[in-house]
Design a protein around this ligand. Structure first.
Ligand SMILES: C[S@@+](CC[C@H](N)C(=O)[O-])C[C@H]1O[C@@H](n2cnc3c(N)ncnc32)[C@H](O)[C@@H]1O
Length: 477
C-alpha cells in the first residue's frame, strides 16, 4: 500500500516479467502484488516500463526497454509496425497468438458466461497469415503524420499522405509505403493514386480544416483476382476524378470496377451517399464452394455491400456453422444478422427453407440478388431491426425455425432477441461471433434453456487480438 501511494506517473518499473495478453490486446504483468497492463511488450519478455496511469487496483505502463526478450517473439515483418494500429501482434509468433486467442474464448465463456464448457476444438488458423484481406480503406491527408525522429522545428510542412489513421488520432494519417494485408496489386494501386494526385497538384483533404479534394480510396478484391476501387472526393470536378481513375485504368487491368463518390459531409461514411460507377461493373463477384457439393456459389459485392474480409477463412467459418447445424434437408432455418445473405445461401440446399433477417436495406437487396444469382428459391429476406422484427406474429407468418444461425455484430444480440429465441425455441442454435465477450453474455441467457454442445474458435484476423468463435446450442430436454 505504502509503495503504491508513493508511485507517480513517469516512474519506471524495472525488470518485470510479462505473463500473458489481456483481451484488449495489452499485456499483463504483476508488480508488488498488483496488476500492470502494458503496451509494447510480448508475453515472456522481461521489461522496464514507464507508468502512465495509476488506479487503485491496477497500473498502466508502456515498455521502454526489453531486458530479456521472450522466446515467443517474432521479427515484425512490417516497416510501419509501432506506428500503424493494424497487425499489432506481429511481434509474437503466430502459433502463440493462436494459443492466446483460444484462451480468450475460454476465459470469456467461463468468466462472463459462467458456463461449464464441453471440450473445445483447437482454433482454426487462417490459411494465410498475411495478404488475407479483401478490403482496405485508405485516407488522403494534406498534412501527413511525420515520425518524431524526422521532426525538427524548422521543418515547415509535412508531406501529403495516403494511408491509415494513427491509432486514436482522427486527424493524423501516415503515408503507407507498403501494407501486408491485401494481395497485389493493392499496394501498387494506392501508390499510383497518390503519385498521380501529387503530379497533378490535386489537393489532398485537410482533416483539421475540412478542406481539400481527395478524401478516401477503398480497394476491394476477390479470391479470383477481380478488383474494385472507390474514390471519395469532396465535390464534383470531373477533370481531377478522371485523372486519378484514368491512371489506375491504364496501369491496372485487374481493376474491373471503377467508382467514385461525392462526399461533402464531415465524415467519410458513404452508406447514405450515391456511388457513381465510372467504368466497369458496379460490382465484383466472389465465389465459394457449397458445402454439400462442388457447386460454386457466387456473391455479387457492390461498393456498399458487406463481405467477410478474410474470404478464404470465411468459407471455413461457414462450413463450421453448417456442420454444427447438422441439417437433414427438411428443417426451416433462420439466418439472423444475415448481411448480404451469404450464410443463408450457403446452407439453403441443406434446409427446407431459410429466412434471413437484416436491418440494412441495401444489404437485403444484395441478399435477394445473391439468392437469385445462385438459383435458390427457398430463401427469403426481411429488412428491419431484429429486436422489432422477430416477434410472435413474424414466427406465425413465416413458420418457427428448427435451427437458428445467428451472426451478430460485435455488440452481440439485444437481450430481447435472446429472450425471443427462448420463446421461439428452435431445436438448435448456432451462434457465430466476432466478440467472445458479448457472445458469452448472450449465452448466459440462452443457457436457461439450451446446452452448449460444441465450440470452435476461428482465426479470421492474424496478427490482431480479434478472434471469431462458433458455438452450437441444443435445446435442453
Ligand atoms: C457480423 S455481420 C454478419 C453478416 C453475415 N452473416 C455475413 O457472414 O456476411 C452482422 C450483420 O448484422 C447486421 N445488424 C446489426 N445490428 C442489427 C440489428 N439490430 N438487426 C438486424 N441486423 C443487424 C449488420 O448490418 C451486419 O450486416
Amino acid at each position: 500500500m505504502y509503495f503504491w501511494a508513493l508511485m507517480q506517473k513517469g516512474d519506471i518499473i524495472r525488470g518485470i516479467r510479462i505473463e500473458t495478453m489481456a483481451s484488449e490486446g495489452k499485456c499483463v504483468a504483476h508488480h508488488e502484488g498488483r496488476v500492470v497492463f502494458l503496451t509494447g511488450g510480448a508475453p515472456g519478455d522481461v521489461v522496464d516500463a514507464v507508468v502512465y496511469k495509476i488506479k487503485p487496483r491496477f497500473l498502466e505502463a508502456r515498455v521502454v526497454e526489453i531486458t530479456a526478450p521472450s522466446p515467443d517473439r517474432a521479427e515484425p515483418f512490417c516497416r510501419h509496425f509501432g506506428t500503424c494500429g493494424g497487425c499489432s501482434w506481429q511481434h509474437i509468433r503466430y502459433e502463440t497468438q493462436l494459443l492466446y486467442k483460444q484462451q480468450q474464448v475460454i476465459d470469456n465463456l467461463e468468466r462472463i458466461g459462467g458456463l461449464t464448457l464441453p471440450s473445445i476444438r483447437p482454433i482454426l488458423p487462417s490459411p494465410a497469415s498475411r495478404y488475407y484481406r479483401n478490403r482496405l480503406d485508405f485516407s488522403f491527408s494534406a498534412d501527413g503524420w511525420i515520425p518524431p525522429e524526422l521532426f525538427t522545428p524548422d521543418r515547415k510542412a509535412s508531406e501529403p499522405a495516403l494511408g491509415y489513421h494513427i491509432p486514436r488520432k482522427y486527424d493524423q494519417v501516415f503515408d503507407v509505403k507498403e501494407c501486408h494485408l491485401q494481395p497485389d496489386p493493392s499496394n501498387q494501386i494506392r501508390l499510383a493514386a497518390r503519385d498521380e494526385a501529387i503530379q497533378r497538384n490535386i489537393p489532398f483533404f485537410d482533416l483539421r480544416k475540412q478542406v481539400g479534394f481527395l478524401r478516401t480510396l477503398t480497394i476491394r478484391s476477390t479470391t479470383g483476382g477481380e478488383v474494385m476501387v472507390i474514390l471519395q472526393v469532396t465535390y464534383d470536378k470531373p477533370e481531377w476524378i478522371e485523372a486519378v481513375l484514368q491512371r489506375l485504368e491504364r496501369d491496372f487491368p485487374q481493376i474491373t470496377s471503377f467508382n467514385y463518390i461525392i462526399n461533402g459531409k464531415r465524415n467519410d461514411t458513404f452508406h447514405d451517399l450515391d456511388v457513381i460507377c465510372w467504368k466497369g461493373n458496379p460490382w465484383i463477384t466472389e465465389t465459394m464452394t457449397a458445402p454439400e457439393s462442388d457447386l460454386q456459389l457466387r456473391f455479387r459485392i457492390g461498393p456498399k455491400s458487406f463481405y467477410q474480409t478474410n474470404a478464404v477463412q470465411a468459407e471455413r467459418l461457414y462450413r463450421v456453422a453448417w456442420e454444427m447445424a447438422a441439417l437433414q434437408g427438411n428443417e426451416p432455418v433462420y439466418d439472423l444478422y444475415a448481411g448480404t445473405g451469404t450464410i443463408a445461401c450457403y446452407v439453403a440446399r441443406s434446409a427446407s427453407r431459410v429466412v434471413g433477417l437484416e436491418y440494412v436495406a441495401d444489404a437485403v437487396e444484395d441478399a435477394r440478388a445473391n439468392a437469385k444469382l445462385n438459383d435458390l428459391q427457398n430463401v427469403s429476406f426481411f429488412a428491419g431491426d431484429i429486436r422489432n422484427l422477430l416477434d410472435e406474429s413474424f414466427l406465425a407468418d413465416h413458420g418457427r425455425p428448427d435451427v437458428v444461425i445467428t451472426d451478430p455484430p460485435r455488440a452481440g444480440m439485444h437481450e430481447d432477441v435472446c429472450r425471443m429465441l427462448l420463446k421461439a425455441r428452435p431445436k438448435k442454435i448456432v451462434y457465430v461471433s466476432c466478440n467472445p465477450a458479448t457472445q458469452a453474455r448472450d449465452l448466459k441467457i440462452l443457457s436457461e434453456q439450451y446446452r452448449l454442445t460444441d465450440i470452435q474458435p476461428v482465426d479470421m484476423f492474424p496478427h490482431t487480438m480479434h478472434v471469431e468463435n462458433v458455438v452450437a446450442l441444443q435445446a435442453a430436454d
